[in-house]
Design a binder for this molecule. Structure first.
Ligand SMILES: [Zn+2]
Length: 80
């Protein structure tokens, strides 16, 4: 299984863990976002790649935003 749902240990929000190509799981926000390639936002694709892009409603790519970027408890979470 490459993805599984859980609750963040820091803030309690629902997150989706995605197994990266490196083999390490990455916690992401559960909303999948359409985007186009080229931009400053890092997206995690469901098959475990990080692609930088710009959100776009009819974008050809889909990905998640890392929960590290949005978690209010990210500092403590990183250490944990
Ligand atoms: Zn969190």
């Amino acid at each position: 299984m490459k993805q599984w749902m859980a609750n963040c240990r820091g803030c309690g929000k629902l997150i989706v863990w995605t197994k990266m190509q490196s083999g390490r799981p990455m916690p992401c926000d559960p909303e999948i976002i359409r985007f186009t390639k080229g931009g400053t936002q890092a997206y995690v694709t469901p098959d475990g790649f990080v692609i930088h892009g710009t959100p776009k409603q009819d974008g050809e790519l889909m990905g998640y935003i890392s929960h590290f970027a949005t978690c209010p408890k990210a500092n403590g979470f990183r250490k944990g």
